[in-house]
Design a protein around this ligand. Structure first.
Ligand SMILES: Cc1cc2nc3c(=O)[nH]c(=O)nc-3n(C[C@H](O)[C@H](O)[C@H](O)COP(=O)(O)OP(=O)(O)OC[C@H]3O[C@@H](n4cnc5c(N)ncnc54)[C@H](O)[C@@H]3O)c2cc1C
Length: 396
């Protein structure tokens, strides 16, 4: 792997930095970044939409796409650079589900007609996609999903339920998997569909978090008709279509750089805060913890770039994105817990309290980052994939 950036990549990074540093100044006052900031309030979502439109005008929502679909044909490394800068400045505008999960599958498996129909509205930020994969009894073992799709004339009729659908309350569209052949082995009877979210028969119902915030939803399908030409790839081969997106989702691009910003904030807090007459930054135990996290973040960044480098060579396998996802999300949990620990009793105060340090960001992170070790495949599942696909260990 070549660890150096080209001059063009460095220039691009500076261009992104100028843009995101400026946009960060337009954030609502309560903004701390992350999924909760994006989806939980109307003003947060409005901020997301306003940045999305600016990104679209710059052509930055389609950086790696082929030119014939409106992209700039830049590589996965440039996409990671973009994600890094965007996450670092905590600026939204990037519909992760659409851009990082759906688009790779569409580019690999969609027909030319589908690409022409579905890609331009994504590049123009006219749509927001959500991901309808998980079900109440199908999470880690996703292939056991039971939402049913039955052929009927020129459509499929969908019945079933999805769960944990991030951002569905704002989404315009949903991509989903449903079972088209209940008699086939479970991975082989699934089909990948696209749909507008306002089709008759679709109901989005909020699934509130412990603190009352609204990020997740349940999505119910009651005799929903989806045209046959909304199927991505072959009927009954949807599992393979979904895996093209899952690998991109797990590559971890950008997530560690959001954490780098959080660590910088924590270091600054330690430089300014005294306990028992001494700055926290002079405490050798705290210094050691912060240094340990900084080293971890560097390692996480290398893993993300390694995935991008493999993607650029078309050699990305399954174990590497799993390793990146596993490492970066476990590190985020450690960072959140360290932050709260270092802040002492102030660390447990929620945003809104006048005594909460750093707008209560680390308290919220403590609760939220645990979910990140579950989303996109839990840590245990990533370890299984690393063992089977990377190390070649036996399944039993
Ligand atoms: C923040 C967040 C956002 C999400 N967003 C979306 C979304 O937008 N769309 C969507 O479709 N889904 C979404 N999900 C759902 C997510 O994909 C599932 O939660 C995840 O796949 C785990 O499934 P589960 O919750 O059913 O847990 P389960 O599969 O029931 O797992 C429970 C526990 O058992 C362990 N386990 C299960 N099987 C094995 C095994 N074979 N070996 C070892 N351990 C095992 C798991 O690691 C876990 O600890 C989101 C989840 C979170 C937390």
């Amino acid at each position: 792997m070549d660890f150096r950036f080209t001059q063009e990549q460095m220039a691009l990074r500076h261009e992104f930095e100028d843009f995101f540093a400026t946009e960060a100044k337009n954030a609502p006052e309560t903004w701390v970044g992350g999924l909760e900031s994006d989806y939980n309030t109307e003003e947060g979502y409005a901020y997301h939409r306003s940045v999305a439109q600016k990104l679209a005008q710059k052509g930055w929502l389609s950086l790696p796409w082929p030119r014939e679909h409106g992209g700039r044909e830049l590589g996965p490394v440039e996409q990671v650079i973009f994600n890094e800068v965007c996450f670092y400045y905590r600026v939204p505008g990037f519909n992760f589900q659409g851009l990082m999960i759906l688009v790779p599958s569409l580019l690999e498996y969609g027909s030319e007609e589908m690409k022409a129909k579905w890609l331009p509205p994504i590049a123009r930020a006219e749509v927001d996609w959500c991901q309808g994969w998980s079900e109440p009894n199908a999470g880690s073992d996703l292939a056991s999903l039971t939402t049913r799709a039955v052929e009927d004339g020129d459509s499929y009729v969908i019945n079933g339920q999805k769960i944990w659908t991030t951002g569905a309350q704002h989404a315009t569209h949903i991509f989903l998997m449903a079972r088209t052949d209940p008699n086939a082995p479970k991975h082989q009877g699934i089909t990948y569909f696209l749909s507008e979210i306002d089709r008759p028969g679709i109901t989005v119902s909020p699934l509130l978090m412990m603190d009352g915030s609204h990020v997740f939803n349940e999505v119910f399908f009651d005799n929903v008709r989806i045209p046959k030409d909304y199927v991505v790839g072959e009927v009954n081969k949807g599992w393979y279509v979904s895996m093209a997106g899952a690998n991109f989702e797990r590559s971890g691009s950008g997530t560690v750089s959001g954490s780098r910003r959080d660590l910088e904030d924590l270091v600054q807090f330690c430089r300014l805060t005294q306990r028992n007459g001494r700055l926290l930054s002079q405490d050798p135990i705290i210094r050691h913890k912060l240094a340990d996290l900084a080293v971890g973040l560097d390692a996480g960044r290398q893993l993300a770039y390694y995935c991008a480098w493999m993607q650029a060579k078309n050699t990305l396998a399954i174990a590497e994105p799993s390793a990146s996802k596993y490492f970066s999300t476990e590190l985020m949990v450690r960072l959140a817990n360290t932050g709260v620990e270092v802040m002492g009793l102030y660390g447990t105060l929620k945003k809104g309290s006048k005594w909460a340090a750093l707008k209560g960001k680390f308290e919220a992170m403590c609760q939220f980052t645990l979910g990140l070790t579950i989303a996109a495949g839990s840590t245990e599942i990533q370890k299984n994939l690393i063992a089977w696909m990377g190390l070649g260990l036996p399944r039993k």
